[in-house]
Ligand binder design. Structure first.
Ligand SMILES: Cc1cc2nc3c(=O)[nH]c(=O)nc-3n(C[C@H](O)[C@H](O)[C@H](O)COP(=O)(O)OP(=O)(O)OC[C@H]3O[C@@H](n4cnc5c(N)ncnc54)[C@H](O)[C@@H]3O)c2cc1C
Length: 404
């Protein structure tokens, strides 16, 4: 592919339109107005992180000045900020806020453990399947005549990000109220979220709609009035609110629980190496979308080597992600290109990387696992876990936290 542009958004958007536009969800390529995909932006967000009041305000939605959410997730998702680094950054924060914030980082870690172990089968309901008793009726489950839905879907599509509270509203509206298949809703989120990961997105959907716990989260006017009162006040449906009452009870049928939730027969394969594993001289550092930060272990150990990133064309053609995500990733690659030699390709990673002696960081996702087994990885670096995966039960967050 042609040389990367300087990492300013307009240049990057033009580059993405020219090289990746045919893979994007929308015809017009545009960056997120809220997030820049650079290490500099990630570092600045961490440097100004102030979680005082986080425990109290994490669930607030509007006005935005009341929000306690940190909006670090796109940087965490793509490895510009590792979980250990973010956790260390709040060491001196007030105790209750620090505790709550670190609990949320542990939810991210938990999601990664579940995905690393269970893999693509996280697309199946893990313990309970919502019965399709309402069934799709052809209408969009996100009824945009409601101000709460319109504002949040609008934010998702414009910025590529939502606070946790409104993710729960939309997931619950989609499946618990409308009866639509959660996998389609999860895909709609995935299209737009800059932090979209199959790990956290699937876990978030499964937990909200009750597939993980049997207890769905009900969304009603009550939460909107409490967390974003201005939405109800200005809503055209305020006297005819479709979510005035709690949603009707929805039946969930128990499915055979995913056996890997109980025990991992091969925890070493799930967690990756504890130490660097070297079998030869690497010629290039292979970067994945999970680990694009300056402190990616393989990148940091080989400052002299060039790096390579492949936009996985078959995968992207299937996913049809919003161009916001493609711009975000390209901004980071363009920033990296200012200090390192970097090759950027579009195509099938297995073919493009074939025959090259690679240094890389273990990435705990199924696709990277498949690729690593086919490629010539001569220098493999450990993933920066917050807590290394063990072989015990991960059937709930609390079981996981208790166990090893
Ligand atoms: C239906 C649904 C879908 C979701 N999809 C994603 C997704 O694709 N990617 C993603 O990173 N998170 C996802 N989440 C989790 C959570 O909503 C986001 O991580 C959080 O809103 C990001 O905003 P923040 O950085 O301001 O979070 P903060 O509240 O500031 O938390 C700090 C960090 O902790 C982690 N975190 C916080 N809450 C959660 C959580 N419930 N589960 C996992 N990690 C958490 C994130 O890394 C986050 O950046 C989803 C939640 C739900 C209910």
């Amino acid at each position: 592919m042609t040389l990367l542009p300087p990492p300013e958004s307009e240049n990057v958007a033009a580059w993405v339109a020219a090289h990746l536009g045919h893979l994007a969800a929308e015809p017009d390529v545009a960056p997120s107005p809220r997030f820049r995909g650079t290490q500099a932006a990630a570092d600045a967000a961490l440097a100004s992180l102030d979680i005082a009041g986080y425990a109290r305000r994490r669930n607030e939605v509007l006005p935005e000045s009341r929000r306690g959410a940190t909006a670090l997730s796109p940087y965490i998702r793509h490895g510009l900020l590792s979980l250990p680094r973010v956790s260390a950054a709040v060491a001196n924060a007030p105790g209750k806020d620090r505790q709550k914030f670190r609990d949320e980082l542990m939810w991210q870690e938990y999601a990664r453990h579940v995905y690393a172990r269970v893999g693509t089968r996280t697309r199946n309901a893990l313990r309970f399947e919502p019965a399709g008793d309402a069934g799709p009726d052809g209408s969009d489950p996100w009824d945009r005549s409601m101000a709460c839905v319109d504002a949040t879907v609008g934010e998702l599509e414009r910025d590529g990000w939502l606070v946790n509270q409104t993710r729960m509203w939309l997931a619950s509206q989609w499946t618990v109220r409308h009866g639509a298949d959660w996998r389609d809703g999860e895909d709609r989120f995935f299209t737009h979220l800059l932090d979209g990961s199959r790990a956290a997105n699937r876990l978030g959907w499964q937990w909200t709609i009750g597939a993980g716990t049997g207890k769905p989260y009900g969304f009603s006017r009550w939460q909107v009035d409490k967390r974003a009162p201005e939405l109800c006040a200005g809503c055209a449906r305020r006297d005819d609110c479709p979510i005035e009452d709690w949603p009707a009870e929805r039946t969930l049928s128990a499915v055979d629980p995913e056996p890997l939730l109980d025990r991992d027969p091969d925890p070493a394969a799930t967690a990756g190496p504890v130490d660097q594993v070297t079998s030869g001289d690497a010629e290039i550092v292979w970067l994945t979308a999970e680990s694009l930060g300056d402190d990616d272990p393989a990148l940091a150990v080989h400052p002299e080597l060039p790096a390579v990133f492949v936009f996985d064309e078959p995968l992207l053609a299937r996913l049809r992600l919003s161009s916001k995500r493609l711009v975000f990733l390209t901004e980071r690659l363009a920033e990296l290109a200012e200090t390192r030699n970097i090759e950027v390709h579009r195509g099938d990673p297995a073919g493009i990387l074939d025959g090259r002696a690679l240094a890389t960081t273990f990435t705990p996702v199924p696709k990277a696992r498949r690729l690593r087994s086919r490629l010539d990885v001569v220098d493999l670096h450990p993933w920066p876990w917050l807590r290394r995966p063990g072989d015990g039960s991960i059937s709930s967050f609390s079981a996981w936290r208790r166990g090893r």
